[in-house]
Unconditional design. Sequence first.
Length: 229
Amino acid sequence: MRVLLVDDDAQMLKALRINLAARGHEVHLARTGPEALEVATRIAPELVVLDLGLPGFGGIRVIEGLRGWTEVPILVVSGRSDSIDKVAALDAGADDYVTKPFAIDELLARIRALSRRSLVEPEQPVVDFGDVRVDLAAHTVTRTDAAGAVTPVRLTPTEWHILEVLVRNPRRLVTKHDLLTAVWGQAYENEDGYLRLYLGQLRKKLEPEPSHPRHLLTEPGMGYRFSPD
C-alpha cells in the first residue's frame, strides 16, 4: 500500500517509516502542510497518516485540501488530546484519530482497518475540459488560450462548490435536490433559482459559448451533468 506519512518530528517519521516499510508498504514522507499536499497530488496515496501541528499550515488544512479531490483514508496521529481537536479533525474529513504516545501495535491495527477502505483506483486532483483546468487540491481554476497563455479564473466560494460537486461526478446526473443540499443545505432544497443563477455565471466564465454549453449541461426537470468531453 502507498502510504504518506506527514509529521515534523524526524524521530516519529523514522519509526513509522521503518515499521511500515518492514510490512511491505511503499512509504512517502512530508514534513510540512504544503509539502503534504504537493506529495499527495504527485503520488495519489492509498492512506495518509497525519500530524496536526505542522509548519506552513496545520493538519486540518491538509485534510480539507485532500478532501477537495480524494476520499483516501486519513489517520490523524497527534499529541493533541483535547476533544475539540479530535472533533475538528473528524469534521474536516479524517477517518480516525490516535493520540500520542501510542502503542505501535494499535496504530498498525488501525492502519490495517483503514487500508481495507482504500480506493481501488486513485482519484485525480486535476480535471481538464476544453481550455479549462480545475485543480481540486489547490482550489484553483485556469484557462489556457490558443497561444498557451494561462489565465486564472476567479470563482466565488459558491461557484467553486457547485463546480466541485459537478466535476467530481463526471457524466453523472446530479439532481437539483442533491446539488442544492450539498451547497446550501436542506433548507434550500427547493430553491431552483439559485442553481440557474450560479450555473449561468459558471458558464460565462468557463464555457466557450455560454448560451450553448458543452460541459456544464442542464437535464431539464432533473438537474445538471458535467461532461468533460
